[in-house]
Design a binder for this molecule. Structure first.
Ligand SMILES: [Zn+2]
Length: 97
């Protein structure tokens, strides 16, 4: 049996459209270390206060949801959702099939 919701969150990327810096090995639990850190390539803020708050909120939401929802069976269909953040505090949710 698996948790109803699984969070595959991690990695950090630069929000500057002209910059391609990213580090996908960063764990979401370590985002605190990246708060307001400048991009090593362009100097842009890599993780704004707003994005960090959103990230913590999402992690917390998944924890709470997994306490409420029953475990799912291994063969149950899953829906994948992705969240994009771009530094302005907004979150774009996309359901992937
Ligand atoms: Zn950058």
């Amino acid at each position: 049996m698996k948790d109803a919701l699984e969070m595959n969150m991690g990695g950090i990327k630069c929000d500057n459209p002209n910059c391609d810096f990213n580090d996908m090995n960063v764990n979401a639990e370590d985002y605190k270390e990246w708060l307001n850190k400048p991009c090593p390539k362009c100097g842009e803020n890599l993780l704004t206060e707003e994005d960090y708050r959103n990230t913590k909120f999402l992690l917390e939401m998944v924890k709470v949801a997994n306490r409420i929802y029953p475990k799912r069976k291994d063969d149950e269909e899953i829906v994948t959702m992705s969240v994009a953040m771009n530094g302005d505090g907004e979150m774009d949710f996309n359901i992937e099939k």
